[in-house]
Design a protein around this ligand. Structure first.
Ligand code: GDP
Ligand code: IMO
Ligand code: MG
Length: 428
């Protein structure tokens, strides 16, 4: 039975939450492996509509254990509100665990995220201001505090004292703002620790035992490939790896243990925050997609930038993640579009190129080269079999598969769990 990594193949918000919720019904373990509460994963199922930031979308499954992996940075206050909301709405959270190695988002991380953004002026990244960059920077700088530290109050106290001295020096002397109160943070985080203690443990054994039993394990990605600090549009990226490679590190399993890498693409492109996006539409077609699809950020409510499907980026995404199958979401959003475009190349400084440049300034100069396809102009949300989709919709999907270089398994035609077409089985 497979271990499946579910990966954001574009700039995030591809519909990973929906896909994980759908697959989790048959899974035994679901692990979130990267990011933090910058993520917003929407799930619409029999329990209602949820926007999850930290809890894995597998939490609704009748059988799966949901795990926040070591690769996640966790804001405990946000997590507790999320758990309370789930409980109030009748969702069972008794099979939920947090890796003791997951780093914590501290009050100075969120504060510094905002201050750093303001200091960037016109070059701001457009972060979610959830403290994600500063928390991962501290992890790499060996200045982090981990979930497991909350279980050892004396260790936590000493670490917080040492780290906060440095953070307060930066806050007061670099940014000229007030220092943060140590005792208040200590007490607050001790309370969080008491509340979360039953969930915090060493989680790799849970995952490896599940794999050994032949259980279905889902690795839930956050963000998307072009927000990866190595392969994304650096510096307009996030700070942890959303790639399939990141799934191994962030869950604590070896690369040979992943059987399927499912690349989740929207049938078009969106991006929230700053940075290049070659197929962005700043005209009425872009507005039409945004309004039709209600493309507003799940975490920050910001309007998402919308554009046509970028097959140059898609091919690169397939290459660096090694997708075995694709999920194509939001096909229904294109139901009323008479003409569709797919970007098959870029024009850069008068030359035609077919690769995704690493230089952000080069990418900003890229002009998309489009091929046009006729729209199907018919509803798709009721389709449950591939054959039930209009011929032109099937042709559009086939062209995306061909250009992205990988066959699709799942076509999503609506936000709800059941609004899905399995083109081919994801596993036998
Ligand atoms: P994620 O971060 O990748 O989980 O994606 P988000 O939840 O941020 O954004 C995806 C949005 O698309 C959410 O509002 C979903 O409810 C919605 N969605 C997912 N799949 C479909 C689909 O096939 N059709 C439509 N219309 N909406 C979808
Ligand atoms: P999900 O998991 C879309 C973007 C932010 C910003 C950049 C850096 O829902 O797909 P950060 O707060 O991470 O330092 O911001 O990354 N970003 C996302 N965009 N979906 C997400 O997550 C995102 N998480 C971060 O908008 O451009
Ligand atoms: Mg999202």
């Amino acid at each position: 039975m497979p271990v499946i990594a579910v990966i954001g193949a574009q700039w995030g918000d591809e519909g990973k939450g929906k896909i994980v919720d759908l697959l989790a019904e048959e899974a035994n373990v679901v692990v979130r492996f990267s990011g933090g509460d910058n993520a917003g994963h929407t799930v619409a199922n029999q329990f209602g509509l949820f926007k999850l930031h930290l809890v894995p979308a597998g939490i609704f499954s009748t059988r799966a254990t949901a795990i926040i992996g070591n690769g996640v940075v966790m804001n405990p206050g946000v997590l507790i509100s999320e758990l309370d909301d789930l409980n109030q709405r009748g969702v069972d959270t008794s099979r939920f665990f947090i890796s003791d190695r997951a780093h914590l988002v501290m009050p100075y991380h969120t504060l510094l995220d905002g201050l750093e953004e303001e200091s960037r002026g016109g070059k701001a990244i457009g972060t979610t201001r959830k403290g994600i960059g500063p928390a991962f920077a501290d992890k790499a700088a060996r200045m982090g505090i981990r979930a497991g530290d909350l279980l050892e109050k004396e260790v936590f106290k000493e670490r917080l004292h040492h780290i906060l001295k440095q953070k307060n020096a930066i806050l007061t002397r670099v940014y000229g703002v007030e220092a943060l109160p140590e005792a208040e943070i200590f007490n607050q985080y001790c309370q969080y620790g008491e509340r979360l203690a039953p969930y915090i443990l060493e989680t790799t054994w849970l995952i490896s035992e599940a794999i050994a039993r032949g259980d279905i394990v889902l690795l839930e990605g956050a963000q998307g490939t072009f927000l990866d600090p190595d392969f994304g549009t650096y510096p307009y990226t996030t700070s942890s790896s959303p790639l399939a490679g990141g799934a191994c590190l962030g869950a604590g399993i070896g690369p040979t243990q992943i059987n399927q890498v499912l690349g989740v693409f929207k049938a078009y492109c969106t991006r929230v925050g700053s940075g290049p996006m070659p197929t962005e539409l700043t005209d009425e077609t872009g507005d039409l997609i945004r309004e039709q699809a209600q493309e507003y950020g799940t975490t920050t409510g910001r309007a998402r930038r919308c554009g046509w499907f970028d097959a140059v980026a898609a091919r690169f995404s397939t290459r660096i993640n090694g997708y075995t199958k694709l999920a194509i979401t939001r096909l229904d959003v294109l139901d009323n579009m008479p003409n569709l475009k797919i970007c098959t190349g870029y024009e850069l400084d008068g030359k035609t190129i077919d690769y995704f440049p690493s230089s952000t300034t080069a990418l900003e100069r890229c002009r998309p080269i489009y091929e046009e396809l006729p729209g199907w102009m018919a509803p798709t949300t009721e389709a449950r079999e591939f054959d039930q989709l209009p011929l032109l919709a099937r042709q559009y999907v086939s062209r995306l598969e061909e250009l992205a270089g990988c066959p699709a398994s799942i076509i999503s035609v609506g936000m709800r769990r059941e609004e899905t077409v399995f083109k081919t089985p994801l596993w036998e």
